[in-house]
Write a protein that binds this ligand. Structure first.
Ligand code: CAA
Length: 261
């Protein structure tokens, strides 16, 4: 995979995608969104990858938002298409079969906060800053910030961030449930993201994938339908070798060796 605006690395079963436009604080233009869409389409088909880390290049930013230079002269029709492009790419991340961990190493503003919100788990460094400053530019969010942020932190807190454009630090993001964990340095953050990705990769991969699907599907259903879906996938997984191995290993007091079959 050759890209201009993102870096792609694979270390065993862990893939790392890095948004790589540090001079523009990794701002998302249309080309970058197309590359993100492509890399996550390819990852979805790659069964050798068990978990993905998404991060930003450089010391300052995860992603400082959609690219304002790119957006400023768009027509209404072009701007709608740009929002749809970003939403489609972020939906690929949210619905990727494998879990995606955002390692947020600096500014996660506007489209950057929306990108982090599309990931399964958010880890941050102490220097990370979050916000939805679109209203400062006279626009609303366009990459699903009005949809995912309220689902993550609740309607009231989301509306405060969305209406004021205020930036919050990592400690406050942790307090309101926007990030799962905060690390003192960027190095510790990257190490922790790798450690968590490896831990997930060591579990039964079919179980991890159906769990992601059940949570995602369930969030769009009422709880009775969500539970029915869960019971279905629970039953289906009993047809896998991983289920036999996982339960046999427990009873034989040894570590399970899952094959993803
Ligand atoms: N788009 C384009 N360029 C950006 C950018 C963005 N979102 N954010 C930063 N940059 C560029 C700056 O223009 C600057 O470029 P030059 O060196 O060529 O002047 C470079 O990155 C470094 O930025 P600053 O000099 O501004 O760095 P700073 O440390 O003084 O400030 C910052 C950092 C607070 C993040 C500030 O850059 C900033 O406020 N950025 C914009 C944040 C923003 O409004 N994001 C929302 C965008 S709209 C959106 O995302 C819509 C959507 O939902 C789809």
């Amino acid at each position: 995979m050759a890209f201009e605006n993102i870096l792609f690395e694979k270390d065993g079963s862990i893939a790392t995608v890095t948004i790589n436009r540090p001079k523009a604080l990794n701002a998302l233009n249309a080309d970058t969104l197309k590359e993100l869409d492509q890399v996550f389409t390819e990852l979805a088909a790659d069964d050798t990858v068990s978990a993905v880390i998404l991060t930003g290049a450089g010391e300052k930013a995860f992603v400082a938002g959609a690219d304002i230079s790119f957006m400023k002269d768009l027509t209404a029709v072009e701007a709608r298409a740009f929002a749809q492009l970003g939403q489609a790419a972020f939906n690929k991340i949210e619905n990727l079969p494998q879990p995606v961990i955002a390692a947020i190493n600096g500014f996660a503003l506007g489209g950057g906060c929306e990108l982090a919100s599309a990931c399964d788990i958010r880890l941050a460094s102490e220097s990370a800053k979050f916000g939805q400053p679109e209203v400062n530019l006279g626009v609303p969010p366009g990459f699903a910030g009005t949809q995912r942020l309220p689902r993550l932190v609740g309607k009231g807190r989301a509306k405060e961030l969305l209406y004021t454009g205020d930036m919050i630090d990592a400690a406050e993001a942790y307090r309101i449930g926007l990030v799962n964990k905060v690390f003192a340095t960027a190095e510790e953050l990257q190490e922790a993201a790798k450690k968590m990705a490896k831990k997930i990769a060591g579990k039964g991969q079919i179980a991890v994938r159906v769990t992601k699907s059940a949570v995602n599907q369930g969030m769009e259903m009422d709880s009775a339908r969500g539970m029915a879906y869960e019971a279905e996938v629970f039953g289906l997984v009993f047809s896998t070798e991983d289920q036999k191995e996982g339960m046999a290993a427990f009873l034989e007091k040894r570590k399970a060796e899952f094959k993803g079959k």
